[in-house]
Design a protein around this ligand. Structure first.
Ligand code: HEM
Length: 267
């Protein structure tokens, strides 16, 4: 065997050959590496959320909670990576963008299929955004499968029904905002989250893991918004409209709607 175990395991030779710059700017490397690190985190979170779904479908509640808790911790790493870009100014971003367009054509991070898959698995589904991937048929097909499948939240409700809770059958919803808040699911989560009874403790841990993920995602979106405000401002982006104006409404879109509604409840 040649080489060393460390490098064989981590595929470091491949890993360190993946940073191909499109400018000669000294700072581009950090932008490129942070984007790649974030891509890996999107895929990792998506993987753990998918694992949680599989556990829920087999009624393995504790395993599902463990997978979701792990996914929630990844947001801490993902979100910390924004700090590596705090040096960037508009001229730095503009130069990289020009280089990218020259080398690869018009780009937007909406073309990140792993980010979209992560959101779909969490239940934030917008089919139109999957269209950005039609020129990559394999990835587009993967995305459509994630779009059609029940989200991890829908899998949790289905499992709770099988546990005997009186809940409606929740089908895989195409888009979260097309489904009105279900009051029986709000009551269910309220009981689970506020009860100190041992019989609810495992579902309560699941609910806390969902909330931790939603908070991690909200933080991610806000840090992205701040980075965009600092390096692009309100200048036009992919859609020709102001980049920050496009992003602003996405900040308040949260997964697991009924879980958040329990906070308003007062029961
Ligand atoms: C720091 C400079 C950055 C700027 C100025 C910026 C700007 C933008 C803008 C304007 C959008 C809206 C769509 C568009 O017009 O393209 C967007 C979306 C997005 N960006 Fe960034 N971005 C930056 C960094 C990053 C990084 C480092 C990542 C990680 C790979 C990233 C991931 C995303 C994702 C996943 C979306 C889609 C958001 C959604 O669907 O809600 N961005 N970005």
């Amino acid at each position: 065997m040649s080489g060393t175990a460390y490098n064989a395991y981590l595929k470091t030779d491949t890993l360190h050959s993946l940073q191909v710059q499109v400018t000669s700017d000294e700072g581009e490397r950090s932008f490129l590496v942070v984007c790649q690190v974030q891509e890996l985190y999107f895929a990792l979170i998506s993987h753990d959320v998918d694992a949680a779904s599989n556990h829920l479908r087999e009624d393995r509640l504790r395993d599902a909670t463990a997978s979701l808790q792990r996914a929630a911790t990844h947001f801490a790493g993902l979100n910390a990576s924004w700090r590596s870009l705090s040096w960037m100014l508009p001229a730095d971003f503009a130069s990289i963008k020009v280089g990218m367009t020259k080398e690869h054509g018009r780009s937007t991070s909406l073309q990140s299929w792993k980010y979209r898959e992560m959101l779909f698995r969490l239940g934030l589904k917008d089919a139109a955004l999957a269209d950005e991937l039609t020129s990559m048929p394999e990835q587009h097909a993967d995305l459509l499968r994630a779009y059609e499948a029940p989200s991890v939240y829908e899998d949790a409700i289905a499992m709770a029904r099988r546990m005997g809770y009186d809940l409606p059958e929740v089908e895989a919803t195409p888009a979260q905002d097309e489904r009105p808040l279900d009051q029986s699911i709000v009551s269910f989560w309220t009981t689970v989250c506020l009860s100190r009874e041992a019989k609810h403790s495992e579902l309560s841990a699941l609910a806390h893991a969902f909330v931790a993920i939603a908070e991690g995602l909200a933080e991610y979106k806000y840090l992205h918004f701040l980075a965009t405000s600092r390096t692009l401002g309100a200048r036009p982006a992919y859609f020709g409209t102001s980049g920050t104006a496009w992003l602003a409404p996405t900040l308040t879109v949260m997964p697991f709607p009924e879980l958040w509604a329990t906070r308003t409840g007062g029961e």
